[in-house]
Design a protein around this ligand. Structure first.
Ligand code: AMP
Length: 503
């Protein structure tokens, strides 16, 4: 079973039905999605890529980038999406780890990509721009418009998605055709996709939320997708007059609420608003309901397996919770010894996919790490803390992994700390997430200066980091202290730092 085969089996019989509706007025029908993705599949085969070979893409969101993803699926290649904000140093890590047979970069970074390909011994580089320009689409255009999608077995990989960062928890989560297909099917049904639905797609496509959750639901439904390059609150409001479903991270909802135009009337055409990838504040939930009459549907999941729980479409969408385990996924809350805890009590959230359906296949080339993250009875340790209530709604109450989520994007503090510690004048640092009205959490650095480093300022540190790590990871603020608070084991007490610097 090939995931593309599943999606294509639901494409509208009427081939001219619109699939992607682009901001420049271009439209791609479902028939064109089929023929164009065929060209990309054929291009990969002609370039010598075999099923199982990786294709890394660090490109802006575009119709062509989506066609590349679908072409990869069709050729049995493994798609490796990379955030365009990653710097050279970050990209090297992923390329060396995944050894892709093709690396697709943005046109303005072609020279850098060619150097990297040489250094990392990659056979082939193409470029692809936000408007489809560059060598990749040009080469695909020369290919035949028919391609026999290759068969895949359940355990075959469809994608590797790296958890953000190059140290700490940065690992390639291996997602199989079966994982993605199972999650797509469940979400499509659970969220009641129906004829007439139109998806407003403003999420990035280098992350599971935009690439898999949103896109697969729409394609499985044969729906038109208003495929926008990025989130823009004012434009979202205009487009919602023609859409029915919107998926966003909490930051999008916070920004929509800042628009005067967000009224009941403006969203009268909408059927469903879904939120996830980061905690939704109860205030946002309540204010959105008051302004629009719509109750946000909050769901919970992660790169390692897509969506695990969701609030229901019908019935109460409970504030402060992420709803019920999705069909086919078991979710439990356990103590430190992996023993289930009763409803009402907080513990570690663990998940298991029935017939290994939704939960991922492990971390790329890290069998030991994979083993550590699973319990002996096959539950994945999510690193999130939560509690079930008496009716079975799950609430996320925190994380026991050192992770910051800012604007829906993950930042692993260890990576930032290492970058700061390497700067002259710095003795050590701790990076924490502090509540932020727009981003949810703001990356914040607490720094101890080295003797003689008195001249180092917050501006110096921020300026230095900007060239080294992706912009969303750069601290919004830097505080200086004489010492970092530590517990008896010598571990930095980040909770104390969070208390001290919050607000
Ligand atoms: P990612 O792998 O980038 O999707 O990030 C997954 C992490 O995001 C999870 O482990 C949670 O910590 C967090 N997350 C996702 N959805 C929610 C949610 N609805 N509420 C709170 N945290 C969430």
């Amino acid at each position: 079973m090939n995931l593309y085969g599943l999606l294509a089996s639901r494409f509208p019989a009427e081939g001219e039905a619109p699939c992607l509706i682009l901001p420049d007025g271009r439209r791609l029908s479902y028939a064109e999605l089929e023929s164009q993705s065929a060209r990309y599949g054929a291009l990969l085969v002609e370039a010598g890529l075999k099923p199982g070979d990786r294709v890394a893409a660090q490109v802006e969101k575009s119709a062509e980038a989506l066609l590349l993803y679908l072409g990869c699926l069709r050729a049995g290649c493994v798609f490796l999406p990379l955030n365009p904000a990653y710097t050279r140093g970050e990209v090297v890590y992923f390329l060396n780890d995944a050894k892709p047979g093709l690396f697709v970069c943005a046109p303005e970074r072609l020279e850098e990509a060619q150097e990297l390909a040489w250094a990392c011994r990659l056979p082939l580089v193409h470029d692809l721009g936000a408007r489809g320009e560059g060598s990749l689409a040009a080469a695909a255009a020369q290919m035949p418009a028919r391609f026999a999608t290759v068969e895949r077995a359940d355990g075959d990989l469809a994608s590797i998605v790296y958890t953000s960062g190059t140290t700490g928890r940065s690992k390639g989560a291996m997602l199989t055709h079966r994982n993605l297909a199972a999650n797509a099917r469940v979400l499509h049904r659970y969220w009641g996709f129906r004829p007439g639905d139109v998806l407003l797609h403003m999420l990035p496509t280098f992350h599971v939320h935009g690439l898999f959750v949103a896109t697969h639901c729409a394609l499985l439904n044969g729906s038109p997708v208003l495929f926008e390059p990025k989130f823009d609150a004012a434009r979202a409001l205009r487009l919602m007059r023609a859409a029915t479903v919107f998926m966003g991270v909490p930051t999008y909802y916070v920004r929509l609420l800042q628009e005067k135009g967000l009224t009941r009337e403006a969203v009268a055409h909408m059927r469903l608003f879904i939120s996830g990838s980061a905690p939704l504040l109860p205030e946002t939930f309540a204010e959105f309901r008051e302004r629009t009459g719509h109750t946000l549907l909050e769901r919970y999941g992660m790169t390692e397996g897509g969506m695990f729980t969701s609030n229901p479409l019908e019935g109460e969408r409970r504030i402060g919770t992420v709803g019920f385990p999705l069909p086919g996924t078991e979710v439990r809350v356990v103590d430190d010894l992996d023993k289930p805890r009763p409803a009402g009590e907080i513990g570690h959230i663990q998940v298991r996919g029935q017939n290994s359906s939704s939960v991922f296949a492990g971390y790329w080339q890290l069998p030991d790490k994979t083993k550590e993250e699973f319990t002996p009875d096959g539950f994945f340790r999510t690193g999130d803390m939560g509690r079930f209530d008496a009716e079975g709604y799950l609430a996320i109450v925190g994380r026991n992994k050192d992770l910051i989520i800012t604007g829906g994007l993950n930042v692993y503090p260890k990576e930032i700390e290492e970058a700061i510690d390497a700067l002259p004048g710095v003795a050590e640092s701790a990076v924490i997430g502090l509540p932020h009205p727009d981003f949810g959490e703001a990356v914040t650095a607490v720094v101890v200066r080295r003797q003689g480093g008195e001249g180092v300022s917050a501006e110096d540190i921020i300026a230095e980091l900007k060239g080294r790590i992706a912009g969303f990871k750069v601290p919004k603020a830097v505080h200086f202290v004489d010492d970092l608070p530590r517990n008896a084991m010598g571990k930095v007490q980040k909770n104390l730092l969070r208390q001290r610097f919050a607000g």
